[in-house]
Design a protein around this ligand. Structure first.
Ligand SMILES: Cc1cc2nc3c(=O)[nH]c(=O)nc-3n(C[C@H](O)[C@H](O)[C@H](O)COP(=O)(O)OP(=O)(O)OC[C@H]3O[C@@H](n4cnc5c(N)ncnc54)[C@H](O)[C@@H]3O)c2cc1C
Length: 618
């Protein structure tokens, strides 16, 4: 078996993994990045809309600052986030964006003079300041008080990922693509790398590293209808969970995006609504202001998705062979705007839907989109439970998103947390010595070999049958609106599927070289564990907060549930063990009303000494 050694092993080479790798390589450490696809094809490249940072350059962002960004983020999270982390994030975001400009990101820039912008479908004039000419521009996104989403036309993720990947080349970082991490190598205290499977040859490969980073993105593919790429199967989170030592945080916190297209589930960016797009029902009536008079289409995603579902339940959905949907209208933005600022949306609609958005309405419905939950880390990015294990990006629960992340905050999180976690990882490495255990490597390798051998012996269902059944259970039982009865049924069904995995059958057998079925079969039991963490966490959380909406517990309960769920998985168990910790170490902004979304709150008691001013570090 081939064994590689490095200072840092980044499992995942999307924006978060690459940003951490850059920080470590710049400090002179040897870094290896693993990715199941060539890094530039990571899911980050699909992000169109933009990244939030309080730069305040555009006229509609005038007066913006980190405090306002922080406040929007906390309200967006429905007070589920760690406020110390949210502050760290909001303060670092402007630096991180300027740094990306320095690395070469071609941000869209402020052009002085009068411009026509749109709000709620209505045009208005605004004059960009002469003195801000050429500075990084911004657009509106949901749940924000100011326009602060920096963008590169509508290919933001693409541009930033290509820039970072080029930087990795400059720094000589080694990238091993088509390499899928299967298990972490550890001795119960220290993480010292992973065992990966080469997707080209099927060969198992060992990686020893002093510090290991999980940056494998979200776990959206546990749902049937998701905007996530096919590789977003939670591979990194599975390796962490299966150690039995590292918990996953708030796995029940799953975001649905209002504008997944029908029937492909491809996302059209929030930039559409930010730039003035409106949502219409079967009668082409704009219904959002009736539900959300203040923010309308620009309330946070959890709120808009719920309102859309409510409206369809009242019978105002558009019937189609692919189920009910609503319409997104961007026609009034005009040809120039749609083919420049929303160019990818134009391409998606014309290529995949046969719809020309300059003249026609776009069919949309809420679709699974983002994983707020993930590997629980502290504010420095260190995972709970294992020394030397770090995580960043969507794979992690850092946790600045709580129960709903704001549009534009996730791409920003990748480069901001990548920067912060990268620096902390470098601090950790300086002067750190360890002994790599060949026994631990052997144990990890044997685990994977045993799994493959069991699949070759299996006589039951194939992996696709079990995966598809899991995705349907998640859609049906753990969706936008949840209740105890459905969730319990969902948990029961997922447990049964997990049991059936023990006898999973490999139809293709152990063919040499690439074997897509084997790669999936090795994933499915772990995906079911993630699904169970999500469903069981949702069942036990008897309140509604952010994207977690319980019909039987409609109130946000700050008295009993201002906590984060920690899910552990002990070997041989069929359910996670749940523990809870306070959502935030202190409050800068005590719990209150978000200003949109309605809903009752059961207040909790907050002591005076738990509240600190924004500018007081601690
Ligand atoms: C369609 C779409 C549009 C979006 N638009 C926006 C937006 O406009 N603004 C915004 O803020 N957010 C947006 N988001 C969210 C944002 O894009 C993601 O949260 C972010 O890009 C995640 O980056 P990441 O680096 O954490 O993970 P990813 O980019 O998903 O990278 C994960 C990496 O891990 C690798 N990997 C996975 N499993 C394994 C394994 N087992 N072994 C080895 N490697 C592995 C992958 O190959 C990849 O390199 C969007 C999301 C979607 C789905």
């Amino acid at each position: 078996m081939r064994i590689f050694e490095s200072d840092v092993l980044c499992i995942g080479a999307g924006l978060a993994g690459e940003r951490v790798a850059v920080e470590a390589a710049q400090a002179g450490f040897r870094v290896i990045c693993l990715s199941v696809v060539p890094p530039k094809r990571s899911h980050s490249s699909a992000a169109m809309g933009g990244m939030q940072a309080a730069l305040g350059n555009s006229i509609m962002g005038d007066g913006d600052c980190s405090q306002i960004h922080f406040a929007d983020t906390v309200k967006g999270s429905d007070w589920g986030c760690d406020q110390e982390v949210a502050r760290l994030f909001a303060e670092t975001a402007p630096i991180a964006m300027r740094e990306m400009a320095w690395m070469g990101v071609p941000w869209s820039r402020v052009v002085p003079g009068e411009h026509t912008y749109f709000k709620g479908g209505k045009p208005f004039q605004a004059t960009e300041k002469k003195e801000n000419e050429g500075l990084i521009h911004s657009r509106a996104f949901g749940g924000t008080a100011k326009w602060r989403t920096c963008y590169t036309s509508d290919g933001t993720g693409h541009a930033v990922l290509f820039t970072l990947d080029n930087r990795l080349l400059q720094l000589g970082v080694e990238v091993h693509d088509r390499m899928q991490a299967e298990v972490l190598v550890h001795n119960g205290e220290h993480c010292m790398g992973c065992v990966a499977r080469d997707l080209r040859t099927g060969e198992l490969t060992g990686y020893f590293a002093k510090a290991t980073l999980i940056a494998t993105g979200g776990y959206g593919r546990i749902y049937r209808a998701t905007t996530n790429a096919v590789i977003c199967d939670g591979g990194g989170q599975i390796t962490a969970l299966e150690t039995g030592l590292v918990p996953l945080g708030n796995m029940e916190a799953v975001q649905f995006h209002p504008t997944g297209t029908v029937p492909t589930d491809i996302l059209v960016t929030e930039g559409c609504r930010g730039d003035g797009g409106t949502l219409l029902d079967v009668n082409e009536y704009r219904f959002m202001p009736d539900y959300e008079p203040e923010k309308a289409e620009l309330a946070s995603r959890d709120v808009v998705s719920r309102r859309m579902t409510e409206h369809m339940r009242k019978g105002y959905g558009v019937k189609s062979p692919y189920g009910e949907h609503l319409w997104l209208d961007i026609r009034h933005l005009g040809k120039k705007h749609i083919t420049t600022n929303l160019r990818e949306v134009y391409d998606i609609c014309t290529h995949f839907l046969g719809v020309n958005p300059i003249h026609q309405l776009i069919p949309v419905r809420p679709t699974h989109h983002y994983s707020m939950g993930g590997v629980r880390i502290n504010k420095d990015g260190h995972a709970y439970g294992l020394k030397g294990l770090f995580s960043a990006g969507e794979a992690a629960c850092w946790d600045m998103h709580g129960f709903n992340r704001l549009g534009g905050n996730s791409l920003a999180e990748t480069v901001v947390s990548g920067r912060i976690v990268g620096k902390k990882l470098v601090e950790f490495l300086e002067g750190y010595e360890t002994v790599f255990s060949t026994a631990a490597m052997k144990e990890g390798t044997t685990r994977v070999q045993d799994r493959i051998a069991a699949l070759l012996r299996g006589a039951g269902d194939d992996c696709y049958t079990l995966r598809n059944a899991m995705q349907d259970v998640m859609m049906e039982h753990v969706g936008i609106f949840r209740n105890g009865k459905d969730l319990q049924e969902g948990v029961d069904k997922l447990q049964e599927l997990l049991e059936r995995c023990k006898n999973m059958r490999l139809v293709s057998g152990n063919i040499p070289g690439p074997n897509a079925e084997l790669s999936m079969a090795l994933r499915v039991p772990g995906m079911l564990k993630l699904a169970l963490c999500t469903a069981y966490g949702a069942l036990m959380r008897t309140e509604s907060r952010g994207a977690h909406a319980r019909e039987d517990y409609p109130e946000r309960n700050d008295k009993d549930w201002l906590v984060r769920t920690l899910a552990y998985w002990k070997e041989g168990d069929s359910l996670p063990t749940l523990k809870y910790e306070p959502a935030t170490p202190f409050f800068i902004m005590p719990p209150g009303d978000r200003g949109y979304g309605g809903g009752k709150i059961i207040p909790g008691e907050i002591r005076e000494d738990q509240v600190v001013p924004y500018d007081q570090k601690g």
